[in-house]
Design a protein around this ligand. Structure first.
Ligand code: PPS
Length: 344
């Protein structure tokens, strides 16, 4: 059996390590034909399917989400990162991984940290398009506690054992205007590779407003987790990307406390928090060799780790969206969030 540390860095199931992960082609085919029977529309890159629960995703990811729901058995000690794509996933994964594993991988030894060899998406994998993908049904039982996973699915579509096992869920949301602009840049790289014309920012925003971006509509996704946070604050943590940018150290402390690994008072502990903030900063992470030259396997193929880093700033939307489109997005946000107590 492999040791705990070889499982956490980078984690691989015993089967994967031996090149013999279980597969269940029939189950995947069953869900693929189910998804193929759902209404579909044009997405930013591939067609998106509309789940009965009202959310949209490309075929592979919706199938992965269904397989995860059918096969994933949560443990109370699991910690789940939940986000919409382009909301700060890569950042929160880095912060969570560095915080949880700070004893095993001290952050003051930046040169020896796992982030030098693998990207955050290998350290904390997505259930629906890394773990349950390509026909695989991996045995996750041998992974040591706490197991860290990620997902982009809306709250209603979480594998049901996540709530019943009372796992901790860490959610991050971002201004929808910056989210759509980040999506748009990301998608256009893949459109170029597929020989497709680039999408204009306005067309991307149009699809986004219609809920046709991955795991959208944005507003339903954010509200789903916001309501879950209000109902179960001990189980769901709710962060905003913009607030994380304003005070990352306070967010690392809140994150650590939420997952049951709080930092103490005093200068030494402050220094560890600050080291985690620097280690996971856009500047440091985007310059690493594992980012510049590394890849992450997903059901959409191997993605360059550097595609998860662009500018990492608040308000870049103003450089790309017309004032009219920005007003439209703000108007939808105001109407949808009215009475919820939520603002972004
Ligand atoms: S994904 O594909 O869903 O995992 O993408 P996601 O990580 O959610 O979003 C990518 C955007 O997050 C920025 N980013 C960061 N911001 C701050 N700090 C750190 N460490 C960081 N890492 C990634 C990344 O640059 C994308 O935002 P944009 O606006 O496109 O720059």
């Amino acid at each position: 059996m492999s040791s705990a540390s070889s499982q956490t860095f980078p984690w691989r199931t015993e089967q994967e390590a031996n090149g013999e992960a279980e597969t269940n082609a029939e189950l995947y085919e069953h869900f693929a034909s189910l998804v193929a029977s759902l209404p579909s529309s044009k997405g930013m890159l591939n067609p998106v399917y509309r789940h009965d629960q009202g959310w949209h995703a490309p075929m592979d990811m919706m199938v992965g989400a269904m397989v995860a729901d059918a096969c994933f058995t949560a443990r109370p000690s699991d910690i789940i990162v939940a986000t919409l794509p382009k909301s700060g996933t890569t950042w929160i994964k880095s912060l969570l991984y560095a915080t949880v594993h700070r004893e095993e991988h001290p952050v003051d030894d930046a040169d020896g940290h796992p982030f030098n060899s693998v990207g955050p998406h290998e350290c904390i994998k997505f259930l629906e398009y890394q773990i349950y993908s390509g026909g695989k049904i991996p045995d996750l039982d041998k992974l040591p506690d706490p197991r860290l996973f990620a997902t982009h699915v809306p709250f209603v579509a979480l594998p049901r054992t996540i709530m019943t096992a009372s796992c901790k869920i860490v959610y991050v949301c971002r201004d929808p205007k910056d989210t759509v602009i980040s999506w748009w840049h990301f998608i256009n790289k893949f459109r170029a590779r597929a020989g497709m014309d680039p999408l204009s920012a306005e067309s991307a925003a149009e699809l986004f407003c219609d809920g046709m971006s991955g795991f959208g509509p944005y507003w339903d996704h954010v509200l789903g987790y916001w309501r879950a946070y209000l109902a179960h604050p001990e189980q769901v943590l709710f962060f905003r990307y913009e607030e994380m940018q304003r005070d990352p150290a306070a967010h690392v402390r809140r994150l650590a406390e939420f997952v049951g690994l709080p930092f103490g008072a005093g200068r030494e502990e402050d220094a560890v928090v600050d080291a985690i903030v620097s280690l996971c900063s856009f500047k440091h992470m985007s310059g690493l060799k594992a980012t510049k030259g590394g890849m992450t396997d997903t059901s959409s193929g191997a993605l360059e780790n550097n595609s998860f880093f662009r500018r990492g700033m608040v308000g870049d939307w103003a450089n790309h969206l017309t004032p009219e489109t920005a007003r439209r997005i703000d108007g939808i946000t105001k109407a949808k969030f009215k009475g919820s107590g939520l603002s972004v």
